[in-house]
Design a protein around this ligand. Structure first.
Ligand code: ADP
Ligand code: MG
Length: 690
């Protein structure tokens, strides 16, 4: 039960708010006094570096603040209409001029206090040419230039200007802040260790900052709170998953691990060794492992997973590897079999493609414990599959499974350890926010000896040349992908485009074996086409982005991406990872459709480091867009910024885990329990926390 405080009273009881104002506030979503208190500025006008009008010189680029003393629209001989206003501060007057903007006459009035940014010119004397303007106050309103040098600008709505919002909040702020003193849910020690302010202080800084730095300190505190409560939820989920049921303490027997290590024709990378150590410690511990392994395509995750599986098997347990599609399951089973050649370990494949008779047989071997390593699709978590002694579940390409499925997989293992792997590198801040209930390992190093993929950026007009190149590669016996973007909003239109292109290409390449694959095809059909391509029966595969997921066709050396500007960088990276898997030179050709940013694509073309690309993507597009519209699962933070708050996030995570370690159910922290439940209700339910 939330405690009733004065902040719960309807906004109408605030000073300066009547029924009409209350309706307008409601339009902004502000129903209670608390809502108003947390309605913080979305930006600030910094008038602390304002130039005095008396000191302006032609050529200066600066900000000024002054009152409008006269104004009007001036026609010129050439028909251009200019809005002009004379503005005054305590040091002098200057004429400001907006050519071609006569409409400003309706929005700027005499007596207005304006903040103007622009340049000083010489035109019959000094003249100011503003690029931007903000009305800080109207004629009768308080002369805010004396009350502070930073002007908060609030989200407003029709009928209620940002200035009115500012005045309203300013009038009530002291009362509201006094009441906010009881609202602080952050324990003092944590607040101090994190270096963030008490709640009331932070809110004051946000509403009434003496400097932009103060406003930022205010934001930091609220950002920390958002991050901390989410991490607290994750810490509880993590604790529960690892302790709810007893785990298995796998001994270091090395009867399989050692010979396997010896059989490898290469040495492990430093990153692989580090990650194996992290996994090894989890597996030795009697707590259940819940770990995410992130690493680019080709960073050597499979080998790492196999080490872990062998550790389980040599301890008399079984290991399961779960992948999103049947083709991938078959591919993985073959890879593992090859790697295990000569070792007394069996690999069993379980997919939906088995006949009833085979299914029974396989199931029997799984149930009897005969099957050491089982590779399969989600058929693995279907009812009826009974493991004899499952010790480890590895999930590949985990981003293809949602949170719910992931939790179901953890459940399936009874007391087995779980390792989920992702080939989609994401920045650490995002990983901690999306997968905070897991421990995270990162393979951030590529095995040596891989040939770089040549990435080129081409305009649409060079498409004929690109196609000629594709043809040459095919003539050499290679295969190619040509990918079209499929935007969710207009799937039909886009699909038509891909299909039309396919027909055009087929006419252009009558002698080549062409195929198309897209998301609206039935699964079996997609499977059939992919198999044909993998078997080398198709030269050119035209597709929408359905080929993103880890299929391995070493003979494919060309990836052409049409309208590359429509893809996120991380998506492009996934697509590029489809080539460069064999011993031949590989190419990724981005065709730029002319809209959007060429810079982004240049960043992409310049590196093959998936983590660097993901960081750039986060910086350039923001967290929400990073995965495309379809999946994100990201909480909507109001204050936290995943591009810049990694440090704050790490502190939040550390503190959250430390509290939960001492008080797993937060029995001694009712405030924190309540904060989690109100803030992250849905997520808390999903993770059975709170
Ligand atoms: P991922 O699963 O991360 O995509 P894989 O485990 O399939 O990567 O490894 C990609 C390729 O690199 C495989 O052919 C694998 O045998 C090889 N490989 C893995 N680790 C190393 C290493 N340390 N040195 C050289 N080659 C390696
Ligand atoms: Mg892989």
């Amino acid at each position: 039960m939330p405690t009733y405080t004065d902040l719960d009273r309807p906004a109408q009881f605030l000073k300066g708010v009547g029924p009409k104002r209350a309706d307008l506030l409601a339009k902004l979503g502000l129903m209670t006094a608390r809502d108003v208190l947390f309605h913080v500025p979305h930006r600030y006008e910094d008038a602390s570096t304002v130039s005095k009008i008396g000191a302006l010189e032609p050529g200066m680029d600066c900000t000024i603040v002054g009152r409008v003393v006269s104004k009007g629209v001036l026609p010129t001989r050439r028909g251009l209409r200019i809005f002009q206003a004379v503005v005054r501060d305590s040091t002098g007057l200057i004429e400001c001029s907006w050519p071609g903007q006569p409409f400003l006459d309706r929005t700027i009035a005499r007596g207005d206090l304006l903040l103007l940014r622009g340049t000083v010119r010489f035109y019959h004397g000094r003249q100011f040419q503003p690029r931007e303007y903000t009305v800080l106050a109207r004629e009768k309103e308080e002369a805010a230039e004396e009350s502070g040098t930073i002007f908060p600008v609030y989200p407003a709505t029709e009928g209620l200007t940002h200035r009115q919002v500012r005045t309203l909040i300013a009038e009530n702020l002291d009362d509201l802040l006094r009441q906010a003193k009881d609202e602080d849910r952050l324990p003092r020690e944590i607040r101090e260790r994190a270096g963030v302010a008490p709640l009331a202080q932070a809110l004051e800084w946000l509403h009434r900052p003496a400097s932009l730095a103060e406003a930022e300190q205010g934001r930091r505190r609220l950002a920390f709170e958002e991050l901390f409560f989410l991490q607290l939820l994750y810490a509880q989920a993590h604790h529960r998953a690892s302790t709810e049921r007893p785990g298995i303490a796998f001994a270091r027997r090395d009867t399989l691990v050692k010979p396997f290590h010896k059989s490898l024709p290469f040495t492990l990378t430093t990153a692989q060794k580090r990650v194996l150590k992290e996994i090894g410690e989890d597996m030795s511990s009697p707590r259940r492992m819940n770990r995410l392994l992130q690493g680019d395509v080709g960073s050597g995750k499979t080998i790492v997973a196999l080490f872990a599986m062998l550790r389980a098997v040599e301890n008399g347990h079984q290991a399961a590897l779960m992948v999103p599609t049947e083709i991938l399951a078959e591919q993985h089973a073959r890879t593992l079999q090859k790697l295990l050649d000569g070792l007394p370990v069996g690999v069993t494949l379980l997919t939906g493609r088995l006949s009833t008779k085979q299914w029974k047989e396989v199931n029997y071997r799984i149930a009897s414990g005969d099957a050491d390593i089982v590779v399969g699709t989600h058929a693995l978590i279907q009812e009826g599959v009974q493991f004899h002694r499952l010790g480890l579940v590895v999930v590949d390409e985990q981003h293809r499974f949602g949170v719910k499925q992931r939790l179901a997989i953890q459940e399936m293992g009874q007391n087995a350890d779980t390792l989920v792997m992702s080939a989609t590198p994401i920045p650490r801040s995002l990983a901690l926010t999306l997968y905070g209930d897991l421990d995270i390992s990162v393979l951030d190093e590529r095995p040596p000896g891989r040939r770089p993929i040549k990435t080129a950026l081409r305009s649409e007009s060079s498409q004929p040349k690109v196609l000629k190149f594709v043809r040459e590669e095919v003539r050499k016996g290679r295969q190619a992908y040509i990918v079209y973007p499929l935007v969710e909003e207009s799937e039909k239109v886009e699909l038509k485009a891909a299909t039309a292109e396919f027909e055009q290409l087929s006419a252009l390449f009558p002698d080549l074996r062409m195929a198309i694959i897209h998301g609206q095809m039935p699964g079996e059909e997609k499977d059939r086409v992919m198999r044909a391509f993998a078997a080398g029966e198709v030269d050119v595969l035209v597709s929408t982005t359905v080929i993103e997921v880890g299929i391995d066709v070493p003979n494919a050396t060309v990836m052409v991406i049409e309208h590359a500007e429509r893809f996120g960088l991380s998506q492009l990276h996934q697509l590029r990872g489809r080539v460069g898997r064999g011993s031949e030179d590989s190419f990724c050709i981005l065709i730029f459709g002319g809209q959007g940013s060429l810079e982004r694509l240049k960043v992409f073309a310049a590196t093959e480091d998936g983590f660097a690309i993901a960081e750039a993507d986060l910086r350039l597009r923001g967290a929400g867009d990073l995965f495309g519209a379809r999946q994100s699962g990201l909480p909507a933070f109001r204050f936290a910024n995943l591009e810049s708050d990694l440090n704050l996030l790490s502190i939040a995570r550390g503190e959250a885990r430390a509290i939960v370690e001492r008080d797993p159910e937060l029995a001694n922290h009712p405030d924190l329990r309540e904060a989690i439940a109100t803030r992250y209700e849905e997520r808390a339910r999903l993770f059975r926390v709170g």
